[in-house]
Ligand binder design. Sequence first.
Ligand code: FMN
Ligand code: SF4
Length: 452
Amino acid sequence: MPQFEPVLLANVGKPESHTLKVYESTGGYTGLKKVLKQMAPVQAIEMVKSSNLRGRGGAGFPTGLKWSFLPKDHPGPIYMCINADESEPGTFNNRILMEDDPHQVIEGIIVGCYATKATTAYLYIRVEYPRSYKRLQMAIDECYAKGYLGKNILGADFSLDIFLHRGAAAYICGEETGLIESLEGKRAWPRIKPPFPAVEGVFRKPTVVNNIETMACVTQIARRGVDWFKSIGVPSDPNNPRDPGSYGPKLYCLSGHINQPGCYEAPLGITCRQLIEEYGGGVWKGRKGKAAIPGGISMGLLTEAEFDTPLDFAGPGKVGCLGLGTAAVVVMDETTSMIDFLHNSCRFFSHESCGQCTPCREGTHWSLSMLERIKAGKGRLRDLDLLLEIGDTIGIIPGTTICGLSDGAAWPIKNAIRKFRGEFEEYIKRTNPTGHLETKAVPALPILAGAH
Ligand SMILES: Cc1cc2nc3c(=O)[nH]c(=O)nc-3n(C[C@H](O)[C@H](O)[C@H](O)COP(=O)(O)O)c2cc1C
Ligand code: SF4
């Protein structure tokens, strides 16, 4: 494995790493103490802003900038919501942090709440993570006992409560306004924005929503400083004043057809090939790679020829993917059928669409219907263009939907068909030799049992 000293995962694997005792023995809570002693909240926001930390939950939005959108001098309350829904397929870095180093996450939350003047933090965690829930609650209890949470934390004029909230497990609960609705006890239907949560979030009060790994990064910035954080990763493009760069360490989840799957910490900007070869020990069974999902299924696909793409915030977009997403890389070997890949992807998004927006509800349903038909040997070549038409027209980017779930549904369709069109055409011609040129409308097949 390459030389890079893990920071976010430094405690993972140590005995009792989830306890306050072990965390403090490795420098835990020194960053918080520094911030409370030396900085006013506005300076703490400035620290995170100047680190150029970008959110690790999928969209890569600059964290300090998001915090600075909160209204100034608001009478309160201001809330912080921590997103531990982690339902993007292939993603498990949040779980590892919560299970093995919960205090690293909590320290970042306390620093974040001090900076934003939030007095209550809700940590929204998916119900499938009972171990994470237990470990987090233990860590929160330890913090109250030690004075890191509660009234006048470490003697400062700052009080904070953290509550864990278990979500009932739906992909849409991870979308920040879906999460807020769910936290309020309603169905997780994303809200139309604006207003953005910074202005009107949970209980219609100013709210910041951040990911678990983002908060662990805040801890490390508070402890080690901005210069340390910016010494890692990919600098901003000097010719593009709007590029905040891709700084800091990142947790990459590696799974699929790989010799050593796992969660690895590397500098942002490592290439997909380096991750597969140097960290994952190569594609399994001595086979060649065919494709990889760069950052969760909603980001689309890299072909083997694109494996040298840097996995920073800008890299995957340059080869037609949606972005870095959660940096969860799923590797597919040369025997993988792209038809099966796309069928699975369409099943997932059709099942998870909340149904509010017609283009998403209908588009995900009809793309699944077409994939079912293709797989049943009744595909037509024109289905590929119909699928592309759906892919190009659903989502926030084309401007037809409320949330980004539909962009996530569209990208696997667009990338699979545009990058592997020959395989789709060959499959359709072989399995439907007499009907593949059919142009008349044909009825949809019933969706297979289990797809919904
Ligand atoms: C359908 C959908 C699901 C999402 N799921 C998650 C999730 O499980 N965890 C997460 O942190 N962000 C998720 N996001 C992104 C959040 O909306 C939000 O951008 C993020 O929590 C902000 O945190 P960050 O700025 O620290 O990355 C999802 C977005 C969409 C559109
Ligand atoms: S885009 Fe899809 S998931 Fe998002 S709000 Fe609309 S219907 Fe729901």
